[in-house]
Design a protein around this ligand. Structure first.
Ligand code: SF4
Length: 307
């Protein structure tokens, strides 16, 4: 008898003792399990800006964790050693132990990141449930290839998201070996739900063009996204022969992104600008209110006087 995995848009039909497309979910004894449940591929102390999240508790540290697995297969994957290769990661960490470590060490948030938390969402959601007990926020850094069922489970439990919008439909098909539609649907549902969301596009010279950035900007603007990060590519995996993104190219793509009307565009800039009056504000010192014009800036701020 085959079982259906509803964790991502692929909805794999998995026979007993077989794995799904991602090779991280296996059918065994009448249920589908994570191959490496609790065996972390990475655990790290990160500035929250590294996610990148620039408008969610800026200046704080986040406890980052990852288990192996991904629902895409990008030729340029920057983390493929832990996302796509199987390792026998030693040690076993329960969701309770991760939350306990975060609480003892004063973390404001736990980030599910580096690989694709959609494929290990049961572990992520169990950890998020623990985190809620100590008011620790939860962050999902994801490729956005949710199933509708996964979003029903995840939206009430996760506080903030950084979702990749990697390229146009053809880019997803030929380079990521996936599909753009679930990503756009996911972004739309997160915005509608009212959770904090920032979007990232990694740009590759010779592939991303101004035209593509304009198209992506239109998609994000239509979905009321407020923060868009343009980040550089480093030669990796099946694209290790390509050159790293140069600063002039990165800035030209960010310049094009600004034409979308999305209020906050970042390439490497450390400051944010009030979209209403143009006042420059240091994020780490901000309470979310522009000191020049008094307008509220999109985000979740530690010193928010209205929270
Ligand atoms: S997470 Fe996605 S790719 Fe992996 S088994 Fe489930 S449906 Fe298939």
């Amino acid at each position: 008898m085959k079982m259906i995995c509803d964790f991502c848009y692929r909805h794999c039909s998995i026979a007993e003792e077989m794995t799904g497309w991602c090779r991280s979910r296996t059918a065994s004894g009448g249920i589908i399990r994570d191959v490496s449940y609790g065996h972390l591929a990475a655990i790290a102390d990160d500035p929250i800006e590294k996610k990148p999240l620039y408008h969610f508790l800026p200046g704080t540290r986040t406890l980052s964790i990852a288990m192996e697995g991904c629902s895409l297969d990008c030729d340029f994957c920057q983390n493929f050693h832990i996302a796509k290769e199987h390792h026998d990661n030693p040690g076993f960490h329960t969701p309770e132990s991760i939350e306990g470590f975060a609480a003892e060490n004063g973390y404001k948030s736990i980030s599910f990141t580096y690989t694709e938390p959609i494929v290990w969402q049961d572990y992520m959601l169990e950890t998020a449930k623990e985190a809620e007990k100590d008011s620790i926020k939860t962050i999902m850094v994801s490729n956005g290839t949710f199933s509708d069922e996964a979003l029903d489970r995840i939206l009430p439990s996760i506080d903030a998201y950084n979702i990749d919008l990697k390229g146009d439909a053809e880019f997803y098909k030929s380079i990521c070996h996936g599909s753009i539609e679930p990503v756009l649907d996911g972004i739309e549902r997160i915005v509608e739900y009212g959770s904090h969301i920032e979007v990232t596009t990694l740009v590759i010279e010779g592939i991303h063009t101004k035209k593509m950035i304009r198209e992506l900007g239109g998609m994000l603007s239509k979905r009321s996204v407020k923060v868009w990060h343009i980040t550089p590519f480093y030669p990796m995996r099946r694209m290790s022969d390509r050159k790293a993104t140069s600063m002039p190219f990165l800035l030209s793509m960010a310049e094009e992104a600004r034409k979308s009307g999305i209020p906050h565009i970042y390439a490497f800039d450390d400051e944010l600008e009030c979209p209403d009056c143009g006042n420059r504000i240091r994020r780490q010192e901000s309470d979310g209110i522009c000191q020049a014009c008094g307008n509220r800036i999109y985000g979740v701020w530690e010193k928010d006087p209205t929270a």
